[in-house]
Design a binder for this molecule. Structure first.
Ligand code: DGL
Length: 283
């Protein structure tokens, strides 16, 4: 399926979604914007996140994207409804904390949710939680600073900040394990947090399942593209000659580049793909 898809996040976190998108849609091209110059979103006002989402959306539209993936729980919670109202003809796909998949696999019925302050405080998240009322106990943990620590570790390889915050926040949530009353499923409700999987697994043990939404978002994107974009004329020539992935950052492009080299596995379908090269963007 050939299409040009715009993807954005407050930083490198959305690479966890982009990875799933590339696997699901190997023929598509992607433009990824990390808004690291204006992050973290999760600890800023809704007005800031709305304004940044609009600015990035305008930039991606000027580059002719045919669909938009908001690879950020916080920006989805704050801005997706407004963006869909502003651009009714564009497929816009968002990401929300994976509460429903967690519910399907939890045996103790006790589910932890790590997310940003803004996501947990949003009306969208509260509505999601209310729709599942009585089906499980959800232990909500805002994780100030964790997305930022993950950004910094990509540039420095020093994971001590991630370790310290994961220890602090998981301890605050209570007991993890497979016994009654213990948290056996942990939702990673911010797209940065899958990059803390290793320390979290070490801390919580193998009986705790970590859940995130990348593959589900990728499947949803494929569905929306097949409904809307593929009905329009394909542009095979342009797609064949163009770069399959453009990486742009409003912060330090080196951080995005290092993170992409580390976390985006090369696609077997694209053996000739050059090393990732991220560029600076001013919007
Ligand atoms: N990656 C973003 C999310 O999924 C937010 C990180 C931040 O606070 O900027 O919510």
């Amino acid at each position: 399926m050939t299409a040009l898809v715009g993807v954005f996040d407050s930083g490198i976190g959305g690479l966890s979604i982009l990875q799933a998108l590339r696997t699901e849609l190997p023929q598509s091209r992607f433009i990824y914007i990390a808004d690291s110059g204006h992050a973290p979103y999760g600890e800023r006002t809704d007005a800031h996140v709305m304004a940044r989402s609009r600015a990035i959306m305008a930039e991606l539209l000027s580059r002719q994207v045919q669909a938009l993936v908001i690879a950020c729980n916080t920006a989805t919670a704050v801005a997706i409804e407004q963006l869909r109202a502003d651009y009714p003809d564009l497929p816009i796909i968002g990401v929300e904390p994976a509460l429903k998949p967690a519910l399907a696999i939890s045996r103790t019925g006790c589910i932890g949710v790590m997310a940003t302050h803004s996501t947990l405080a949003s009306a969208k998240f509260k509505a999601l939680l209310a729709s599942l009322a009585g089906q499980a106990e959800f232990v909500l943990q805002p994780c100030d600073g964790l997305a930022d620590a993950i950004e910094r570790s990509a540039g420095s390889n020093d994971t001590s900040g991630i370790q310290a915050l994961c220890t602090q926040y998981t301890q605050a949530m209570g007991l993890f394990g497979s016994l009654s009353g213990q948290i056996d499923t942990l939702v990673l409700g911010c797209t940065h947090y899958p990059f803390a999987t290793e320390p979290l697994r070490e801390m919580l043990g193998p009986q705790v399942q970590l859940v995130s939404n990348g593959p589900a978002v990728a499947r949803q994107t494929r569905l929306k593209l097949s409904q809307r974009v593929l009905a329009a004329a394909a542009q095979p020539e342009a797609l064949e000659t163009a770069s399959p992935l453009i990486l742009l950052s409003t912060g330090d492009p080196q951080v995005l580049q290092v993170a992409a080299q580390r976390w985006l596995p090369p696609l077997p379908q694209l053996p000739a793909e050059p090393l990732f090269l991220a560029n600076k963007l001013s919007v």
